[in-house]
Design a protein around this ligand. Structure first.
Ligand code: ATP
Length: 239
């Protein structure tokens, strides 16, 4: 589904990713774990076209999308829910969600049932349902984060990239984010997940990669990494 091979990327004169390879098979949840500055967000951006890769390939359903503009990658079926709260503040919650479906209306993929997907997104994110006519800019930070996640789902994508969906959220909302990730997984959504809560991320993942200084240091089934002493010591609080 998503296959990355020897991906290199950076900013200005600095290389951040030094040739990383990873696979996100259909219907699987794969986590990318690493300390601050390891290059997790840069990996997500290089996949979705927000940063131009310097080398390597990013295959989405067999098509190399490396170097394509982000809107083209979205049209080909990849949704990126970026770090931070990127919503359209002067539009309502419902209109933000409908905009998430916009690439479906302009791409070559089947447009599907946008209204049905809107209803399903509302059901998955009850907080958004209650606030569907509220302007997105007046939502709490946590609610805006959920809206960004729900908007990615509205693309009806083949693959969703979720970058730190729980960042800055109160514990009750963190639990809700992981509940939603589990629901999406049950629906068969293919996801690449970056999460500060590595232990919780491994719980909802099938497979994981550990990124250190722009290189994949370790990878394996999530169940196996949970018990790996080095991974536990470095990323799971050593417990
Ligand atoms: P965190 O967990 O702290 O979000 P990360 O693993 O997601 O970290 P990145 O955000 O990918 O790491 O950053 C990797 C490196 O790239 C860091 O050294 C960072 O300072 C640098 N970097 C990130 N964005 C930019 C940018 N727009 N311009 C220049 N350097 C950047």
């Amino acid at each position: 589904m998503l296959k990355i091979d020897n991906l290199r990327a950076g900013y200005g004169g600095t290389d951040v990713l030094h040739g990383i390879s990873l696979d996100v098979p259909q219907g699987r949840v794969v986590s990318l774990i690493g300390s601050n500055g390891a290059g997790k967000t840069t990996t997500m951006r290089a996949i979705s076209g927000m940063v131009k890769p310097r080398a390597g390939s990013v295959r989405l359903n067999g098509v190399d999308v490396a170097g394509l503009d982000a809107y083209r990658v979205a049209r080909l079926g990849l949704a990126h829910s970026p770090e931070g709260r990127r919503v359209f503040p002067t539009l309502t919650v419902a209109d933000n969600l409908l905009l998430g479906a916009f690439p479906r209306l302009t791409g070559s993929r089947p447009r599907g049932d946008v209204q049905g997907d809107l209803a399903r997104a509302m059901e998955l994110f009850p907080r958004l349902m209650e606030r569907r006519l509220q302007l997105a800019g007046t939502l709490s930070g946590g609610e805006q984060q959920m809206l960004a996640m729900a908007r990615a789902v509205m693309l009806d994508p083949d693959v969703v990239l979720l970058d730190e969906p729980s960042m800055g959220l109160a514990p009750v909302l963190v639990d809700e984010v992981f509940r939603i990730i589990r629901r999406l997984r049950e629906r068969g959504t293919t996801m690449l997940l970056v999460e500060q809560f590595a232990a919780a991320a491994l719980e909802v993942s099938d497979y994981a990669y550990v990124l250190e200084n722009g290189r994949i240091a370790v990878h394996g089934p999530a169940e196996q990494l949970k018990h790996d002493p080095a991974v536990r010591a470095a990323y799971l609080g050593g417990v």
